[in-house]
Design a protein around this ligand. Structure first.
Ligand code: 5GP
Ligand code: ZN
Length: 116
């Protein structure tokens, strides 16, 4: 847990959210400003600032995050039509919250490229 991290506060329950899925390692919750009919964030419960902060020691945890992201997409019912997963990293990547998170976007065709 990192002080002053919004997503750590969501993990601890200090900031309320709908907990779509959780286990010991990950939490999935709706994005507060959805960019598609389905827009969910899947995060490691442990504070990791960004994809750039990963090291070899994090491989199992990140494998779990990715596999559970696919599981959450199935729970949301977007798996057959398909969905977009996005991880934004640092300034040029458009990262605004510095706790690693994987976006799931679906419920409509998302398009070939992400537009901002
Ligand atoms: P980033 O640009 O860092 O990849 O995405 C951060 C995401 O977090 C944004 O899509 C934004 O809408 C979402 N977000 C920001 N604050 C909150 C919040 O308090 N609750 C939830 N559920 N999502 C948030
Ligand atoms: Zn955090």
């Amino acid at each position: 847990m990192s002080d002053n991290c919004l997503f750590c506060k969501i993990v601890s329950g200090t900031v309320a959210t709908q907990r779509i899925y959780e286990d010991d390692g990950v939490l999935a919750f709706p994005d507060i400003a959805p960019q598609a009919p389905v827009h969910v964030l899947v995060i490691p419960k442990r504070h990791i600032a960004s994809l750039d902060a990963l090291s070899e020691a994090d491989r199992d945890e990140m494998g779990h995050l990715l596999e559970r992201t696919a599981h959450v997409a199935r729970l949301l019912g977007v798996h057959e039509a398909g969905y977009r997963t996005i991880i934004n990293t640092h300034s040029h990547g458009g990262q605004m919250v510095f706790h690693l998170h994987c976006h799931i976007l679906g419920g409509k065709p998302i398009g070939a490229m992400v537009s901002r």
